[in-house]
Design a protein around this ligand. Structure first.
Ligand code: GUN
Ligand code: FE
Length: 483
């Protein structure tokens, strides 16, 4: 049972900030109930009315609050060693000169295991409770990634890349048959690791995901077989890249002359559906957006990567206006940070660029507006994209992304008391217990805004997935004490 400040995303235009929230998690890690506005003198009475007597209550301190865990809808685990390099290239040269050489090293499973242990630890401690991972093309290394994610207790989708053409000779799948056989082997392996929880409609923590790298790297035959695999398994998620870079788009058109456009390539092979996660979507045409909407596929917005590889500025507001599902992705190492906080910051800048280019002024915009094209993203929008929006993109909206009875407790305890900094920069003044309710709420909203823009993993005290304490600063400290 947690007692204190809780922030809960509601929609793209609102979230609730409750300074006196009581939230109970059951032994399976699901939220049993939550109640707002519980004054300290009513605490015991409220617990008793819920049948909770003599239960341990974790009371948050001033400057601490709970938010849903972040959802990274697109990242590449094997590219973490390259993070912060390669920004002089654009996509296709970057793949050839930076990415493929590093990914090819994951043929060595020991190297893979060591690297992935540090990648997954870092992702969890950065507050990512659900992560959509691309591995390499290697079956054994990608099994190791799934093992580590499972052992560390993160919620994740793990896929091995399908790539049998337009890749270097030392890093390419031998045939369409090999690619499919390894994909099927990985799916069975991951499903045996993390079976469907008994007596529960909830999904397992770690799940497989089909990962055709992008249209350029897959032959028609391969995409067609992947489409067959997908149609025989409707719950299986699919992740790929789309319309990231202009040269990539022209090459795709050349390779698939019969497809109407890039999105049409995936659609032609049955790979565009309600659980497809499309990363980037920087240069989509209106027809493509309409097609994506009609298939109910989701978009992973990766603004850091889109800036870093000079790909462009994705018009996310346009997609939101069309009702397309959107979440955030770090896209390491196109992006140079594993933290969704960094994706939030760059999503904000990216939307400001759209707004400036359209000649809109900040002051004319309202945070409550429900039209998004060519406008800044508000704090509620940014929080939503990083949590509930990402959950919808992954098809986990019933389970994670916000707090409600019956949902999984995937959460962060954020601490803005950072002793390394000056507490007043966070609007803390030591007097908030005496503040009126409205003022406490304002203070809490201010903490959230500053955390999103200038927070980092030092402010992430505890990370919970399915009710289990799996990471954060306190967790790291505990591990250091142990050693
Ligand atoms: N397109 C195909 N592969 C990749 C990749 O690894 N990263 C990015 N950003 N785009 C891709
Ligand atoms: Fe990517």
């Amino acid at each position: 049972i947690f007692y204190g400040s809780v922030i809960n995303p509601i929609s793209l235009v609102s979230y609730s900030a409750s300074p006196l929230c009581l939230l109970a998690v059951d032994t399976l890690g699901n939220i049993d109930w939550l109640v707002d506005d519980v004054e300290p003198h009513n605490l015991q009475e409220t617990l008793a009315s819920k049948g909770y007597i003599d239960s341990e209550v974790i009371a948050l301190r001033e400057g601490e609050f709970i938010i849903p865990g972040f959802i990274d809808t697109h990242t590449h685990a094997p590219q973490v060693p390259n993070m912060g390099t390669g920004g002089q290239y654009q996509l296709l040269d970057w793949l050839e000169n930076v990415t493929f050489p590093t990914e090819s090293k994951f043929a060595d499973v020991n190297f893979a295991r060591k690297t992935y242990e540090s990648v997954v630890r870092r992702a969890i401690d950065s507050g990512t409770t659900t992560c959509c991972y691309y591995g390499t093309l290697h079956l054994e290394a990608t099994k190791a990634l799934a093992d580590i994610v499972h052992a560390f207790g993160q919620r994740a989708f793990v896929g091995k890349c399908n790539m049998n053409r337009n890749c270097p000779g030392h890093y390419i799948e031998a045939s369409q048959e090999d690619s499919i056989a390894d994909t099927q082997a990985l799916i069975s392996y991951i499903r045996s690791l993390s079976p469907q929880p008994e007596l529960s409609t909830q999904e397992p923590l770690v799940q497989p995901i089909l990962t055709p790298r992008f249209a350029i790297s897959c032959t028609d035959d391969l995409l067609s077989s992947l489409g067959d695999l997908a149609s025989s398994d409707p719950k299986l998620r699919i992740q790929t890249h789309i319309s990231e870079n202009k040269s990539e788009i022209s090459f795709t058109h050349k390779l698939f002359p019969s497809a109407p456009n890039y999105a049409g390539v995936y659609d032609m092979f049955g790979l565009l559906r309600q659980n497809t996660i499309l990363a980037h979507a920087v240069h989509l045409t209106e027809d493509e957006v309409d097609l994506i909407k009609s298939r109910d596929a989701g978009i992973s917005h990766c603004p850091t990567s889109n800036f870093n590889l000079s790909s462009g500025v994705a018009p996310i507001g346009v997609y939101l206006d069309k009702g397309v599902k959107v979440g955030l992705g770090t896209d390491v190492s196109g992006g140079f940070s594993v933290s969704i906080l960094n994706a939030i910051q760059n999503a904000s800048i990216s939307a400001k660029i759209c707004s400036l280019q359209a000649g809109n002024s900040a002051s004319s915009e309202s945070a409550k507006s429900t039209s998004f094209a060519n406008k800044q993203l508000s704090i509620p929008s940014l929080l939503y994209l990083a949590t509930a929006g990402g959950a919808a993109v992954c098809g986990l909206e019933k389970q994670v992304g916000s707090f409600a009875a019956g949902k999984s407790f995937d959460a962060l305890i954020v601490n803005v008391r950072d002793e390394a900094g000056n507490p007043t920069i966070w609007g803390l003044n030591g007097t908030s217990p005496q503040l009126a309710a409205e003022d406490k709420k304002k203070l809490l909203e201010g903490w959230l805004e500053r955390f999103l823009f200038c927070g980092d993993d030092r402010n992430i005290e505890r990370v919970y997935v399915q009710g289990a304490f799996v990471g954060g600063r306190t967790y790291r400290r505990g591990r250091m004490d142990d050693s």
